[in-house]
Design a protein around this ligand. Structure first.
Ligand code: AMP
Length: 276
């Protein structure tokens, strides 16, 4: 497995691949878990060569403390990627990848970035989209794989690729979960033992809400019930909403919809969603 830190070296390697090779790309922020490895496997299924990037993107953190404590586990990540049969890992430094200060051009992530995570984390999606655009330009993959766990992120990346004609196919992968249903996330390690025991309730409430909606119960009361159950268990719910999968606008229709939620448990913010 090649480990490349310099964007110029990555480009040279990219150019050395035989013409016609389909390159698969999985962008990550490291601290890899089975969710990331599932993306690698999906990329391997649809491409000839797979490159994974590890870059903790300062532009998408709006809280310096959150950025500082984000887990960095490079040695273990490289072992996991090597075991998974990845061909190359791209590990640029912050200085190498950030747009030049002062004259930097940033991606405007558009209307899909306004609600939900975008409303609570100003600048988060602009920072994410800017770095994803840079990574796509440096890596030039034929196909890039993202997780549906970050549903709004995937929707914005799709919109960016379509709006700006990036020559890449996008694949969204289902969320990998622990046996009790908790979506795998690099932030789960910050849950206390007690919080970890409560955390699967988020996914249970998504399923309960989906069942109640399918049974014809009114959206407003289903959402209120879910929020009340989560609050009673100690969550601080940022949002729990039924949205259209394409526009992310709130809806009461089950057609082409998704339940999106974010809730805090102690110091940890958990994100999850369920496609209906
Ligand atoms: P991150 O390293 O958290 O920025 O995530 C990198 C990629 O992995 C993103 O496309 C995420 O959506 C995806 N991802 C994170 N957690 C999971 C999971 N539990 N299941 C599937 N994909 C995931």
């Amino acid at each position: 497995m090649l480990v490349l830190r310099d964007p110029a070296a990555l480009r040279r390697w990219r150019c050395s691949l035989p013409p016609g090779v389909r390159l698969g790309f999985v962008p990550t922020m490291g601290n890899l878990h089975e969710g990331h490895i599932a993306l690698v496997r999906a990329a391997q299924q649809v491409s000839d060569t797979v490159v994974v990037s590890i870059f903790v993107n300062p532009l998408q953190f709006n809280d310096a403390a959150d950025l500082a404590r984000y887990p960095r586990t490079e040695a273990a990540d490289l072992v996991a990627l090597n075991t998974a049969g990845v061909d190359a890992v791209f590990l640029p430094s912050v200085e190498q990848l950030l747009p030049p200060a002062g004259a930097a051009v940033r991606i405007d992530p558009g209307a899909l970035a306004a609600p939900w995570e975008g409303a609570l984390r100003p600048g988060h999606f602009a920072g994410m989209a800017t770095i994803v655009a840079k990574l796509l330009n440096v890596v030039a993959p034929g196909v890039a794989v993202f997780g549906q766990k970050d549903f709004q992120q995937l929707a914005i990346v799709r919109a960016m690729v379509q709006s700006l004609d990036f020559p890449v196919e996008l694949i969204g992968c289902p969320t990998e979960r622990a046996d009790d249903g908790l979506a795998l996330s690099s932030r789960n390690r910050f849950l206390t033992e007690q919080e970890r025991a409560v955390a699967p309730l988020l996914y249970r409430q998504l399923n309960a809400a989906a069942a109640a909606l399918s049974a014809g119960q009114p959206t407003e009361s289903v959402i209120a019930q879910a929020q009340a159950a989560l609050s009673a268990a100690g969550f601080v719910v940022d949002y729990f909403a039924l949205c259209d999968q394409s526009t992310l606008a709130p809806t009461t229709s089950l057609d082409h919809s998704v339940l999106l939620t974010a809730a805090r448990l102690g110091a940890v913010r958990l994100l999850d969603n369920l496609l209906l």
